[in-house]
Design a protein around this ligand. Structure first.
Ligand SMILES: C[S@@+](CC[C@H](N)C(=O)[O-])C[C@H]1O[C@@H](n2cnc3c(N)ncnc32)[C@H](O)[C@@H]1O
Length: 261
């Protein structure tokens, strides 16, 4: 693996960008259940959006996202439309557009809006591309990518969160193909992927994910020790097939858990 210094984003230390809540109970057994991809001819339902939150979304994008340098119009557009408040527990709806991660149960979080936007931009996706997400969580990141027009495949290790996210996608009309499993192994059945996003932090790059990247593919992933500051990396498979890594920012993510732990 080669480390590139060509693109070194401003180091941003985001304390609590995606930290776990105090509830550390986690499910470890991960039965393999999937939702099948939609048939090609299926009709996509328009997502249901509560307009009374439009102003809060607009302010969130202006101050937290554009204000910190995110420029991808596709990312900005979907962050203005996807109803983040419908991805958080009811008691936290008022905090949904705040500048921080929020607990979603089972010791997990929905990431800070800025981190979600940054990772989405770093993926450099185009409509029609195939993207794998490891760590469905609330489903917010996957919904944004679905709205950007990509085919999104999302894997979650905690069965309860996977079920809640699946119900949310159905209720809101987002087309996301989901799997309940240990995402360390990626999703071989649908590989290769144009981009892979990992929303929990392992201490090394899972080799199966590298193997499932298409030539020219991008992987955005936080790597580092549990409970400490980690590094956000973007890995790209270059024209010679070599994996090139770019160190991008200091972040804090929940741990990447394994099914046999
Ligand atoms: C920061 S949270 C989720 C953020 C999520 N993308 C969202 O938009 O809400 C990280 C998620 O990764 C999941 N996770 C951790 N290790 C995993 C693994 N090995 N495979 C799949 N999911 C994993 C956690 O259960 C948690 O739901």
């Amino acid at each position: 693996m080669r480390e590139s210094h060509a693109v070194l984003a401003a180091a941003i230390l985001i304390a609590g960008a995606c930290s776990a809540s105090s509830d550390s109970s986690q499910s470890t057994a991960a039965p393999l259940t999937t939702t099948p991809p939609a048939p090609a001819a299926s009709v996509t339902t328009a997502p249901v959006v509560d307009d009374s939150y439009t102003e809060r979304r607009t302010t969130m994008v202006e101050r937290q996202i554009e204000g910190r340098g995110i420029r991808d119009p596709g990312v900005l557009d979907v962050m203005r439309t996807v109803p983040r408040h419908q991805f958080v527990p009811e008691r936290l709806v008022d905090a949904a557009y705040g500048d921080r991660a929020l607990p979603i149960g089972h010791g997990q979080t929905i990431s800070q809006p800025y981190i979600v936007a940054l990772m989405s931009e770093l993926l450099e996706v185009e409509p029609g591309q195939k993207v794998l997400e490891i760590g469905t969580g609330s489903g917010y990141q996957a919904a944004l990518l679905a709205e950007m027009g990509v085919d999104i495949y999302s894997v979650e290790i905690i069965p309860e969160l996977a079920t809640e996210a699946r119900n949310r996608f159905d209720a809101l009309g987002y087309q996301v193909t989901t799997l309940t499993a240990d995402g360390y192994f990626g999703w071989e059945e649908y590989a290769p992927f144009d981009a892979i996003i990992v929303t929990a932090a392992p201490d090394h790059v899972p080799q199966p994910l590298v193997n499932q990247l298409a030539p020219g593919g991008r992987m955005v992933i936080p790597i580092g020790p549990v409970g400490a500051v980690q590094t956000m990396w973007r890995f790209t498979v270059d024209e010679t097939g070599e994996l090139v890594g770019e160190r991008l920012a200091d972040v804090r993510f929940v741990p990447f858990t394994r099914s046999e732990e």
